[in-house]
Design a protein around this ligand. Structure first.
Ligand SMILES: *Cc1c(COP(=O)(O)O)cnc(C)c1O
Length: 422
């Protein structure tokens, strides 16, 4: 069979890859007795082998210590979340005081918008991208309703991208034109459908020039794209950890709040875990927020979920993030080239949805096989390819450089050719 990227070429690249040994730190699901080809790290990352022991340790401490585990567990539960802070801050490019692991993504968006979306008569609008991830759009609509506003106050920016999605330029243009009426902007920094990375720095700059508060949903950004939230001046951000961060289903999420908002007088939908640590347990009547993103914590920490995230973050701690991003770009480029070559060879029309420019894409490649339906996707599954199908005909492949090997890509090409010619 013809090949664009052979198993031998892949072996050479895997050998030269400085982080290829990280793959051994993960459990790879088996299909037909072999490692499956896992391309859904953008949906649920694979399980790091260290997670099992990390969970067992917390279960053991709970079993043997009961409530005393808050102070005397191997990793005391009371300050447990603090162990995650430095790793998260490094991944999003923030100061330690600006991030905290907490809650779940959509709930966190609500908490942050409660503080950062304060519409006024002059500035009622909430700006987002057209076709935002449904949960985000529901949350934004819910916020409007909560403020007694309606859908006309949601400024959804359409544009020249795939299916009318906006480009960075489209967003900046909307800010230029209508920015004076916008209170807050909240956009998915990396689009879940196309894998497009927005220029968050340029968007933040343009929005701030118009007096708009800026937030990003980084569900597809953290652990994947290069992020520098503090330097870019982003006001707030939120993410989940079960996608590129590999923390496991429903894993604990996280937030970022720029230090300029710490200890200010923004409204916070407060809970006791956001209260000043030194007086929290004297159970005072009035809320006195922690000086930092931790002020937004509502409840005590879900330790089991945090234990699994901690195990997974320790793998990110070991790698150079620039190298991680470089490998991700190399693999997604190869994936696009390989899809194009197979399409040309077999006369099989495809549409590559993901932008070609390095700066505009992260780990995901979205492609439509124009003459194929869901049956084709099911055939891929039978060949051990775990990818993601979105109606009407988009397949999303994501590389996760901690565990995606070049061999995976060579095997993907073989399987694609088989499925397309059988
Ligand atoms: C994955 C994802 C979510 C999921 O939200 P949960 O609250 O974690 O269920 C939300 N928004 C975006 C953009 C996502 O990619």
């Amino acid at each position: 069979m013809k090949s664009f990227f052979s198993i031998d070429q892949a072996a050479a690249l895997d050998q030269a890859d400085s982080m290829s040994h990280m793959r051994q730190q993960f459990h790879i699901p088996q299909v037909n007795g072999e490692d499956c080809l896992y391309f859904t790290g953008n949906s649920l990352g694979l399980q790091p082998k260290a997670v099992e022991a990390a969970l067992a340790l917390e279960l053991h401490d709970w079993k043997t210590l009961g409530v005393e585990g808050h102070f005397h567990a191997s990793n005391p539960w009371m300050p447990y979340h603090e162990q995650l802070t430095a790793s998260l801050a490094r991944l999003v490019g923030a100061k330690d005081s600006e991030v905290v692991a907490m809650g779940s993504l959509t709930s966190n968006l609500h908490l942050l918008l409660a503080s950062f979306y304060c519409p006024t008569q002059q500035r009622p609008l909430l700006l987002c991208e057209a076709k935002a991830f449904p949960s985000d759009r529901y949350a934004l609509m819910g916020q409007l309703q909560w403020h007694g506003l309606d859908a006309s106050q949601l400024l959804e920016v359409h544009g020249d991208g795939h299916e009318g999605l906006p480009t960075t330029d489209n967003i900046i243009q909307a800010i230029e034109e209508q920015g004076e009426q916008v209170a807050t902007l909240m956009i998915g920094g990396v689009n879940y459908l196309t894998g497009q990375v927005y220029d968050m720095q340029a968007i933040t700059q343009a929005a701030h020039a118009k007096g708009i508060l800026v937030g990003f949903d980084l569900a597809h950004g953290i652990g994947n794209a290069s992020l520098n939230l503090h330097e870019w001046g982003v006001d707030f951000a939120a993410w989940c950890s079960y996608k590129y961060l590999n923390s496991g289903p429903g894993g604990v999420a996280g937030i970022y709040v720029h230090e300029r908002h710490h200890g200010g007088d923004r409204p916070i939908l407060a809970g006791w875990w956001g209260h000043d640590k030194s007086t929290r347990f004297s159970m005072p009547t009035d809320f006195s927020p922690i000086q930092g993103a931790e002020a937004w914590q509502v409840s005590n920490a879900p330790i089991l979920s945090m234990a699994s995230l901690k195990a997974s973050l320790s793998l990110f701690d070991e790698v150079d993030l620039d190298e991680l991003r470089k490998k991700s770009l190399a693999q997604s480029q190869l994936l696009m080239d390989l899809l194009t070559a197979v399409s040309d060879d077999l006369n099989e029309p495809i549409h590559l949805i993901t932008p070609r420019e390095d700066a505009e894409r992260a780990g995901q490649v979205s492609v439509a096989f124009l003459n194929r339906d869901r049956g084709f996707f099911d055939q891929l599954l039978a060949h051990g390819i775990i990818a993601d199908w979105r109606e009407p005909g988009t397949i999303r492949f994501a590389v996760a450089p901690l565990y995606t090997s070049y061999r995976d890509l060579a095997r993907l090409e073989i399987a694609l050719r088989q499925a397309l010619t059988s």
